[in-house]
Unconditional design. Structure first.
Length: 133
């Protein structure tokens, strides 16, 4: 497994429009994409910071993963995503190394990336995503 860079940092928010205004108006970043990922019950907005992205995540349903996260923990950092050459192969590698997986194989995520999550109970409390193009 070859991690090339931090692909993005995911931040759960209550209101995507209000959060975009903060990131653009206060921090001076530019939102370059808003996308809904229906199977994950989430709407996303992306910002570039150098070579790393910030992904804002607003739940489209209270029973979606982001809705449950915000209900339990409130707004804030949700996950860190690392770019790898092949997400499915990377998931197999970390599972062989004893890491508990949320996704056994990669699935399609925002921006058309192949993604897979590692369980935070195996990653010292940090929800970790592996991504590949």
């Amino acid at each position: 497994m070859n991690i090339t860079h931090i692909e993005h940092i995911g931040i759960a928010v209550n209101n995507l429009e209000e959060s975009i205004k903060y990131y653009e108006g206060v921090l001076g970043l530019k939102c370059y994409s808003v996308e809904e990922v229906t199977d994950q019950k989430v709407k996303t907005a992306f910002f570039m910071v150098g070579e790393t992205k910030i992904e804002l995540l607003e739940s489209t349903s209270p029973d979606g993963p982001i809705g449950k996260f915000v209900e339990k923990k409130g707004q804030g950092m949700h996950h860190i995503a690392f770019a790898v050459d092949n997400a499915t192969e990377a998931l197999k590698t970390v599972e062989e190394r004893g890491v508990r997986l949320i996704d056994k194989t990669s699935r399609k995520g925002a921006e058309g990336l192949d993604i897979g999550f590692l369980h935070p109970k195996s990653t010292h409390g940090v929800l970790t995503e592996l991504c590949s193009k």
